[in-house]
Design a protein around this ligand. Structure first.
Ligand code: TXA
Ligand code: MG
Length: 318
């Protein structure tokens, strides 16, 4: 159990410019005081992340939005009211409070209010915004437990607040509302359908060459093992081809009911897309731990959280 005293210690570390890893409902974040440029630069150093890649500012309550954003258009208010706290990030025109260090020099800032009791307690006690990327090394799978964070970042982070396993398991959905047309930059914890219902219009999908969001880079979210995409009906064929190529350690990752041919080890995910999202990163890490060199992954349907799971697997396969 998390002690209240660790939240106080976290606040003390953040106030003097240190880094704290904390749980959110999506994945663990590596947090720094968003108004302390040196602290923010330290986040990039620890992650090994290029500094032009912007960070999400995490807020304790929705009413803090106006401090970080210049103009809050009506659709942003509606989405914030409906989905915060929750796994939705909004990209909006930045206020002077959002420094170049946080935004990567862009005129927009990404903000969200996470839905996790420890994150909220921490953000409220801290008072300001926390700039936080996922608490993994750049380009690797995001951490969904405190143990994942420790194994990735080790001694480079002063404190890891343990809030148990993340309930959503994939990163937040990112919507760009900084221009007239709402655009989906990254599918995530809030289904696209739910956003479209609330907005009353379809969401445009960001083009693949939008370099402002490294989460959109094809090679992002990759385990060490190579990933090959499959459907439930062609798993067998895919695995046999790999075994014939001489691949010794082949893993199959798919929903309950998936069948792996002899010679491959099966890693099962729950049947429903939300369950798959929750379990996905943990399973990918387990497969890496066991030293597999290739994963044959069964893609879920594109609906609900299935879209985010497909997106991460597809990027991992690149
Ligand atoms: O669920 C999440 O979003 C997690 C937790 C910790 O909140 N955070 C997370 O952060 O996934 P990160 O840094 O791994 O991914 C943030 C994404 C990046 O793809 C980044 O490029 C994009 O947000 N982003 C941040 N600011 C942006 C901006 N101003 N314009 C466009 N994209 C932006
Ligand atoms: Mg990340």
């Amino acid at each position: 159990m998390l002690e209240l005293s660790s939240v106080y210690r976290a606040v003390e570390i953040l106030r003097r410019g240190g880094l704290v890893a904390f749980p959110t409902e999506t994945v663990y974040g590596l947090g720094a005081d968003a108004e302390n440029e040196l602290a923010v630069r330290q986040v990039f150093a620890v992650k090994g992340r290029p500094s032009a890649h912007p960070l999400i500012v995490h807020l304790g309550t929705p009413d803090r939005l106006d401090a970080w954003v210049r103009d809050v258009p009506r659709p942003a208010r509606v989405l914030a009211r409906t989905f915060w706290p929750g796994p939705l990030t909004l990209v909006l025109p930045r206020s002077a409070r959002a420094s170049d260090a946080v935004t990567g020099g862009q005129e927009t800032v990404a903000v969200r209010v996470p839905d996790h009791p420890v994150a909220i307690e921490l953000l409220k006690a801290f008072g300001g915004g926390l700039a936080a990327p996922s608490a993994n090394r750049f380009g690797r799978v995001s951490p969904t437990t405190a143990a994942h964070v420790r194994s990735d970042l080790g001694g480079d982070v002063e404190l890891v607040l343990d809030g148990g396993p993340c309930q959503v398991g994939v990163e937040s959905t990112i919507v760009d509302l900084s221009s007239g047309v709402p655009r989906l930059l990254r599918p995530g914890g809030v289904p696209k359908e739910a956003l479209e219902r609330t907005l009353g219009e379809p969401l445009a999908i960001a083009s693949g060459d939008d370099v402002r969001a490294p989460g959109l880079l094809p090679s992002h979210y990759a385990p060490k093992a190579g990933v090959r995409l499959a459907t439930r009906s062609n798993v067998d064929e895919r695995v046999r081809a790999l075994l014939e190529e001489g691949r010794a350690k082949v893993a199959v990752l798919g929903p309950v009911g998936t069948i792996a041919p002899p010679g491959a080890k099966l890693f099962l995910l729950p049947e429903d897309p939300a369950g798959q999202a929750r379990a996905l990163y943990g399973e990918l890490r387990q497969i890496d731990t066991e030293g597999f060199d290739v994963i044959v992954a069964v893609l879920p349907p594109e609906t609900g959280l299935g879209l985010a799971v497909r997106d991460r697997l597809t990027r991992a396969a690149h």
